[in-house]
Design a protein around this ligand. Structure first.
Ligand code: NAI
Ligand code: 15L
Length: 269
């Protein structure tokens, strides 16, 4: 497969989309942007709901690949999740199939497996084939997205790398995030690897930096050519001084998904 050059970035107005709009052009990509909301500083962005099949198909036409970030990124009612994340992702894959797009990078989440107990002590890292244990309807929609990706590979030959992102923000802001943080620069490295690796079929990877306190296995991400360069450890002393170590008896600290298991943040719209 020739390396993709023109990439549709959905969710371009969001937090991760804004970070990737800055970082991905350095890898030589020309980005086409799509979001429900206007994208700051990008008057040419497509402003469309993923529910609008015609607009989605037009946005997809002619691109080499898609990075699919758009959707509800926190917990919400099942009806909202159904429309934005489940039907919306289906509409995007259908448009990609119809327009002959070869590769999608899908923003899955740690919350697809959020009920997985976090490793303690000498426990092994969580493997990428750990059973699905969604912690929310939001996490469930990411399981759907991964399965949809598998179907479109098996049935239609449309490749996907599903990246179960830990926490991709400029800095880690909690003790839990020390274990699952992915720096924006490593996020761009991983997305670039996911766009360019050969013969991925449908591959699921964990998305984190090379954190000293890592909870999950990065082997399948490294196999794509991803070489993380960052580590959350420089933030550890300050965060632990402020928040304390994770409490082994607190259910909000027991699982990979953290407080999404006990008290998930709710999508405000
Ligand atoms: P965000 O909430 O900041 O951005 C999501 C964007 O999607 C927003 O700009 C929103 O307007 C857009 N959107 C929502 N519904 C839409 C629809 N129906 N049609 C078109 N656009 C729509 O979220 P963030 O943090 O940027 O995350 C991006 C993606 O990565 C999400 O899919 C999220 O689930 C996933 N993710 C992010 C993580 C992180 O640490 N930032 C961790 C794990 C997964
Ligand atoms: C996610 O999936 C969310 O979209 C993001 O806002 C963070 O909460 C992240 O997971 C996390 O687990 O820290």
């Amino acid at each position: 497969m020739p390396a993709p050059r023109t990439v549709l970035l959905t969710g371009a107005a969001g937090g991760l989309g804004t970070l990737m709009r800055d970082l991905l052009p350095e890898y030589g990509y020309t980005l086409r942007l799509l979001d429900l909301h206007p994208v700051d500083g990008a008057p040419g962005a497509v402003v469309a709901d993923l529910a609008d099949k015609d607009a989605v198909r037009e946005a997809v036409r002619g691109v080499d690949a898609i990075i699919h970030l758009a959707g509800i990124s926190l917990e919400a009612s099942f009806d909202k999740i159904l429309r934005a994340n489940i039907e919306g992702t289906y509409n995007l894959y259908e448009a990609a199939r119809e327009e002959g797009v070869r590769r999608v990078v899908f923003a899955s989440s740690n919350h697809a497996v959020g009920y997985t107990p976090r490793p303690r002590g000498d426990d092994p890292l969580i493997p990428v084939d750990t059973p699905r244990r969604p912690d929310t309807f939001y996490g469930l929609s990411k399981c759907f997205g991964e399965d949809l990706a598998q179907l479109y590979w098996d049935k239609h030959g449309l490749e996907t790398v599903s990246v179960r992102i830990g926490s991709c923000f400029p800095e880690p802001t909690s003790v839990r995030m020390l274990s699952v943080w992915m720096s924006p620069a490593d996020g761009a490295r991983l997305f670039h690897a996911a766009l360019t690796a050969e013969d991925v079929g449908h591959t699921v990877v964990h998305g984190s930096s090379a954190n000293t306190r890592l909870w999950w296995d990065l082997t399948s991400a490294r196999a794509l050519g991803y070489e993380p360069r960052d580590d959350s450890e420089p933030y550890a002393r300050k965060l632990i001084a402020e928040q304390g170590e994770l409490d082994p008896d607190d259910p909000a600290h027991a699982c990979l998904g953290g407080h999404f298991v006990t008290d998930p943040p709710i999508w405000p719209y």
